[in-house]
Design a binder for this molecule. Structure first.
Ligand code: PLP
Length: 333
């Protein structure tokens, strides 16, 4: 299938950029030192590429992601880096032969893990992002409680998400070091082998974790593209120009219902994006493209963009044809 035959809007993946990203990360964080976060792509076919690059443990954000990864045969070591109060579906994955480790940050989530049939946990530590994670001072007590309920405590996790896009890099580094000092302290209280954290923005800065939870690196977006990272934009949204305004703008058939917008407007090479509405993107460039022309849009935030789509198309190296179509099969909850 030629790209021009795809119904738009359609997610397309540049295979050269994808392979570059896989190779750069595998060199920086080989094997188990990377636990790729599947929430960035929600696609088991892409997770299989990450496994082929040497990373066999994965990070998940939802129960559905855990189930889908196990069903795809990628469930040898799944970390749900998120809290749940009903862990029974995770217990079912464990009973089916998958290995699931669950983040816990409270008595209630420890009890839910044990009651649901999960056997392994990590203590989730708040290292500064006002989201999940217990107070660093509470980690030893929580680990004891988990062990008393028969759970294996594999270690700690702490995600410094508030620092991922911090500029300049020297500040990102100093603040990551301070966050990871908290995580190290917690690890001293908890024990175990695992110290999990980090993301694309700290992939070469966070040397304190035993495993990095990066996700966006593999497809990338314009927010991360603005940083000093060696990863290339691999994911684009292919759209079609449907109208050209006499006032000097053009409109393509892709809007905020096809794009995660929480990091701002997407971008188009050589054009200025004016705004997105539900099903439209209005932009200007010189010369304006004709009605029917294709435009390639770079999303500002990869994770929520992918979550809007049923599939993504891996292109041939020349960008002309569809080589493979992958189901975005980890969507939903
Ligand atoms: C718990 C957790 N770990 C790691 C990440 C890193 O993801 P990324 O590499 O896309 O920044 C995220 C993203 O939000 C996350 O929520």
């Amino acid at each position: 299938v030629h790209v021009s035959e795809l119904q738009t809007p359609a997610l397309v993946v540049d295979p050269v950029a994808l392979d570059h990203n896989l190779a750069v990360m595998a060199a920086a964080r080989p094997g188990a030192r990377l636990r790729p976060h599947v929430k960035a792509h929600k696609t088991t076919a892409l997770a299989a590429r990450q496994a082929a690059a040497g990373h066999h443990g994965f990070t998940c954000a939802t129960i559905r992601e855990v189930e889908g990864m196990a069903a795809a045969g990628l469930g040898t070591d799944l970390l749900l880096a998120n809290e749940v109060v009903d862990a029974r579906r995770l217990g079912a994955v464990v009973a089916g032969g998958g290995r699931v480790t669950l983040a816990v940050d409270s008595d209630a989530t420890v009890a839910a893990a044990a009651a649901g049939g999960v056997r392994e946990v990590v203590i989730d530590v708040n290292v500064g992002l006002p989201r999940c994670g217990c107070d660093p001072a509470d980690t030893g007590r929580l680990a004891e409680r988990a062990r008393a309920l028969g759970l294996v405590v594999r270690g700690v996790m702490g995600y410094e998400g508030h620092l991922m896009l911090e500029q300049p890099r020297v500040d990102r580094r100093a603040n990551t070091e301070a966050c990871m000092a908290l995580l190290q302290q917690a690890h001293g209280q908890v024990g175990g082998e695992v110290v999990s954290g980090g993301g694309t923005g700290t992939y070469d800065i966070n040397t304190w974790v035993t495993e990095l939870q990066a996700g966006s690196y593999v497809l990338m977006d314009s927010a991360y593209g603005a940083l000093d990272l060696p990863f290339r934009q691999a994911l684009f949204l292919e759209a079609t120009v449907i109208s050209v305004g006499s006032g000097g703008w053009a409109v393509a058939d892709c809007g905020l219902k096809a794009l995660g917008m929480d990091h701002g407007n997407p971008s188009i090479d050589g054009a200025t994006v004016w705004f997105c509405s539900d099903e439209h993107i209005t932009f200007s460039c010189d010369p304006l493209p004709p009605v029917g022309a294709r435009v390639r849009i770079t999303p500002a935030h990869v994770d929520p963009t992918v979550a809007y789509h049923d599939r993504m198309h891996l292109l041939t190296a020349d960008g002309e044809h569809v080589a493979e179509t992958w189901a975005v099969d980890l969507r939903g909850w």
